[in-house]
Design a protein around this ligand. Structure first.
Ligand code: ADP
Length: 384
């Protein structure tokens, strides 16, 4: 046997040992299998003899729902080029099985097309995993939409009666319908405070919904960061002073400008710095630093307080995650502050992370798109 003949024989043996079906079919005048490899039987349990030479049997091996697509696609693909790839269900004795067909026309030396050749690969498992993943994703999306709808209904339904409670409470407090005794005033004050807390919670929830669904009216503009940070800090210096904390700001004036919505930025800084003031149990120092890095400006808010335990760090940006029960009620927030902060940072095209060691304080770090080079395009700010 010549080396060429030996090679052909070996190649044939090799093809019959890999887990795919190979075939050659005549296309004219009728589609007729001239060779089908034995894997049709070993992989799919379909006897080779049952398909060879019998063109009608072939169509019976294909799931009826795939007939039209297969016919159209083969026709379309062949009018576009010499090869095609199609997925369909093969009807095996064990039930339908998804396969992928890679096939094409073969031209002889005269350039005529007499044969098709190709391979059939079993993608049943692949397809089952894909379908399970898709179903899980659709279910997660459905749940997330239901949650969003639920939260927004609750927020609106609670807001209206609460408005009335607070309004009438204030009328009573002013003594508009007669003066109240001291005890009545104390209870009324408690009632109004609890009502205010609830109103903040609902407002935060509504804000969070708006931002995460992109229904907010953010207007990112190219502007310097320092004046915005100073605006935010001006409002909270009093709180830091009351708690005996030093609030240090280091935002160099020569920093590149950033692409931000002013109101959102002030809210982000206010939330993070207020937390840094509220939560560290031991007075101390809070520092806000900014620097440029690549196409972004990085802002760090560092405190030297109690820090956050590693097991709490992952959930701290979730809804209603309050990990420190020792905080006085007066200062307690809604547990939505960080969720809203993260949503705002992401809407501005940045990201936020936390680096914290219990007992050594925390650094909340967020980035903002800088108005330099490619990042100067408004589109780069997260498609706002
Ligand atoms: P809240 O409205 O309760 O302030 P946040 O979402 O802003 O909610 O914060 C969630 C929780 O993360 C807080 O209840 C607090 O336990 C913890 N936390 C946030 N910032 C800090 C910080 N700088 N140091 C320690 N703990 C913090």
């Amino acid at each position: 046997m010549s080396i060429d003949e030996e090679l052909v024989r070996q190649r044939g043996a090799l093809l019959e040992n890999i887990p795919v079906v190979t075939f050659h079919a005549e296309v004219a005048p009728l589609f007729r299998m001239v060779y089908v490899s034995p894997q049709l039987e070993t992989l799919f349990g379909i006897p080779v003899a049952s398909v060879k030479d019998e063109d009608e049997r072939l169509i019976e091996l294909i799931h009826v729902d795939d007939h039209a697509r297969l016919r159209d696609e083969v026709f379309f693909q062949l009018s576009q080029g010499d090869s095609y790839v199609i997925e369909f269900r093969l009807l095996t004795p064990n039930g339908p099985r998804w396969v992928r067909l890679h096939a094409g026309r073969v031209r002889n030396t005269e350039g005529e097309v007499r044969l098709h050749q190709g391979v059939i690969i079993d993608i049943g498992e692949h397809r089952a995993i894909e379908e399970a993943l898709l179903a899980a994703k659709q279910e997660a999306e459905r749940l997330s939409e239901a949650k969003t709808r639920f939260l927004s209904i609750i927020s609106h339904e609670l807001r209206t009666p609460l408005h009335a409670i607070l309004g009438f409470g204030r009328v009573l407090e002013r003594g508009a319908y007669g003066s109240l005794n001291e005890r009545q005033l104390t209870y009324l004050d408690d009632l109004l405070q609890a009502g205010e807390h609830m109103r903040r919670l609902i407002d935060d929830l509504l804000d969070l919904q708006r931002v995460s669904e992109g229904r907010d009216q953010l207007q990112p503009q190219v502007q310097p960061l320092a004046p915005l940070v100073r605006d935010a800090l001006r409002m909270i210096r009093q709180l830091a002073a009351e708690r005996g904390q030093a609030l240090v700001e280091d935002v160099p004036d020569e920093l590149p400008e950033v692409i931000v919505d002013a109101r959102a930025l002030v809210q982000i800084v206010t939330n993070l710095v207020t937390n840094a003031i509220k939560y560290p149990s031991s007075g101390g120092r809070i520092e806000l630093r900014a620097r440029a890095s690549g196409g972004v400006v990085v802002v760090d808010i560092e405190d030297d307080g109690a820090g956050i335990a590693p097991e709490d760090q992952a959930r701290i940006f979730e809804y209603f995650s309050q990990v420190d029960e020792r905080v006085p009620h007066r200062l307690r927030g809604s547990g939505l502050g960080l969720a809203l902060t993260r949503a705002l940072v992401e809407r501005l095209g940045g990201s936020i992370m936390l680096d914290s060691k219990p007992g050594r304080g925390s650094i909340f770090r967020f980035t903002l798109p800088a108005a330099t080079g490619a990042m100067a395009q408004p589109d780069a700010a997260g498609g706002i």
